[in-house]
Design a protein. Structure first.
Length: 236
């Protein structure tokens, strides 16, 4: 059987194999912008007796269409796609298909990416540098526990976030100023909204920059997202 191809994706024929001893095969859709990575993931899954790749895609739009057509059990998603964010794709898929397993695969293992994956409704988060057994474990976990989040190092990341939040200890006023900065307000506008003098508002902004290790507004906002002080969906 020849695979049916589209501009960015392919519906794959089922490989011939012996039946799984555990029952039905886990049907996997692979979403990644890089053809070589997709090829590697497809081959890895199809070599397993309990997994079957049913399709592959290199874009958000194609992945949404293929998910609707194929209804896979698990979808692996890279965070960076040419027409959008893999994390946004994960959020859309979770809203549409409550029972689908979603594995976020990324080259960026920072804590903020992990927490954004958690917030997106993903089932598992795995670095592309992880060993094969960890990737396969994430796929199998997602197939049976789609709404339960799994990630190596999650406990340590949570502890680091808690320690950072405690160390920063933003006051109520500092949080108000941060939210207004996030909304794009200038220092004079912040002063007017909070009934402060311009010099006082500048002092609060300077304190925030110092605590966040930032030199400007953009760095401060990115640091706030990274540290879990604000929702990344609100930025920009």
């Amino acid at each position: 059987m020849i695979a049916t191809t589209t501009s960015r994706g392919a519906i794959r024929p089922a490989p011939v194999r012996a039946p799984s001893s555990t029952g039905d095969l886990v049907r996997v859709l692979v979403v990644d912008a890089h053809p070589l990575t997709r090829c590697g993931l497809v081959r890895l899954a199809d070599e397993q007796p309990d997994l079957q790749t049913v399709g592959e895609s290199g874009s958000v739009a194609e992945a949404l269409r293929m998910a609707a057509a194929l209804r896979p059990d698990v979808i692996t998603i890279e965070t960076s796609l040419p027409d959008g964010s893999g994390l946004d794709l994960a959020r859309q898929l979770r809203d549409r298909y409550a029972g689908v397993g979603i594995v976020i695969l990324t080259s960026h293992g920072e804590d903020d990416v992990l927490f954004r994956a958690l917030d997106s409704g993903a089932s598992a988060f795995v670095s592309k540098s992880a060993v094969v057994s960890e990737v396969l474990g994430a796929i199998r976990h997602s197939a049976v526990a789609a709404t339960s989040f799994s990630a190596t190092g999650l406990a340590q990341a949570l502890r680091r976030r808690q320690e950072t939040t405690q160390r920063l200890a933003l006051s109520t006023r500092e949080r108000q100023v941060l939210q207004l900065l996030l909304a794009g307000h200038s220092v004079p506008e912040i002063s007017a909204k909070l009934y402060l003098s311009v010099s006082t508002s500048k002092t609060y902004v300077a304190r925030l920059y110092e605590k966040l290790g930032a030199n400007n507004r953009a760095q401060a906002l990115m640091a706030a997202v990274r540290l879990g002080l604000v929702e990344d969906a609100l930025v920009g």
